[in-house]
Design a protein around this ligand. Structure first.
Ligand SMILES: [Zn+2]
Length: 143
């Protein structure tokens, strides 16, 4: 089943940061079925979120033994970028266009700058040290 937002809904719905989507029964009961929570910073390449049954809330829904939601149930949520010029994966913070900077807000941009400083100052462990820290992980993945 595919649900699409109208063009007006798309224009009025800009997501940023922590997001909670509540899925309800359509019709008589309007009862909450489940929730999906994510942060827009973790939307993967391809611009979508994939949530299997184990990613749904509340936790009870995961333990329904397939009575309410089948075990192979998957929700995909696809997103559009708000800007055709800036890339969330490649555009540096200072190179964002004025519209993106305005939409993101100076406070959030300052948080991103702070995170970037921390990442740049961080020494990543050597492959040898990484293997000592994670002995059960394939060493080729730690290069
Ligand atoms: Zn932009």
């Amino acid at each position: 089943m595919i649900f699409l937002l109208t063009e007006q809904q798309q224009r009025n719905l800009i997501l940023q940061g922590d997001v909670k989507i509540i899925f309800k029964h359509a019709g008589f009961s309007n009862k909450v079925m489940f929730r999906i929570m994510f942060n827009t910073a973790f939307i993967q390449r391809g611009n979508y979120i994939k949530a299997g049954k184990m990613e749904l809330s509340p936790e009870d829904i995961r333990k329904d033994k397939g009575k309410i939601i089948p075990p192979d149930f998957i929700v995909y949520i696809h997103f559009d970028d708000i800007c055709t010029r800036c890339s969330p994966y490649e555009t540096e913070i200072e190179d964002l266009c004025d519209n993106c900077k305005l939409e993101i807000g100076e406070e959030t941009l300052d948080e991103w700058r702070h995170v970037k400083q921390i990442m740049q100052a961080h020494d990543f462990p050597s492959a040898q040290l990484a293997h000592q820290m994670l002995p059960n992980v394939d060493p080729d993945l730690l290069q």
